[in-house]
Design a protein around this ligand. Sequence first.
Ligand SMILES: CC(C)(COP(=O)(O)OP(=O)(O)OC[C@H]1O[C@@H](n2cnc3c(N)ncnc32)[C@H](O)[C@@H]1OP(=O)(O)O)[C@@H](O)C(=O)NCCC(=O)NCCS
Length: 205
Amino acid sequence: MSEERDSDGADPIARPIVNIVGERVALGPLHRGLLSLLAKWDNDFRTIDLGGGDPRPVTAEENAAGWEPLLRGERDDWIGFAVYALPDLRPIGVMNIRDFTNPHGTAEFGITIGDPGERGRGYGTEATRLLLDYAFTVLGVHNVWLDTPAYNVGALRAYEKAGFREIGRRRGARVLAGRRYDVVLMDCVAEDFVPPAKRAMPEID
Ligand SMILES: CC(C)(COP(=O)(O)OP(=O)(O)OC[C@H]1O[C@@H](n2cnc3c(N)ncnc32)[C@H](O)[C@@H]1OP(=O)(O)O)[C@@H](O)C(=O)NCCC(=O)NCCS
């Protein structure tokens, strides 16, 4: 246990670093200490399917090898955040904004709240708002887009609440258990975005 303690009694050494603090969630840099959680979430077939991936077993080594270049910051058009629930800063998910280094000001968005027990509690909506605010105000992006299977109703609802809207569908582009589903495309543009009360970037006094 460290000698120094914050006024709230928390151990500042054990506490994760955060960059953006909202009302229910905080976002901070990804780190190696999250790898075992990431391996667990990346092996949850339902989570992977909802995220538009193709479920298969992923070994700890393979998973770490996939995350390591991102943890080392080697992909310069990919910025990831760990998502922590407040007030105890427990890690509940990961999110990213990617492909933003293009002349058109577009970027793609992704998020996973890893533990199903942490979903439906408003965390995903607030985290999405905070990352959109970051993309528009810090990265200077104009248009953020995503796609998700049409049966991912929790995601569609969270994204709509955060400021995305449906812009079209890829018809029958997703198969689950032999049935075809649409893939929904959504975007959010800077001028339509209503920023959250707690901003990603502190305002100038
Ligand atoms: C999508 C995801 C990030 C959303 O985060 P979340 O914390 O669950 O979202 P929120 O709690 O902020 O909002 C979810 C909303 O959907 C609603 N919802 C959830 N499941 C639902 C369902 N089956 N039917 C209808 N509404 C549903 C919730 O009630 C909530 O709406 P409300 O606040 O109006 O009640 C998260 O659920 C997740 O990671 N899911 C698994 C992976 C995934 O889908 N990734 C995204 C791929 S594009």
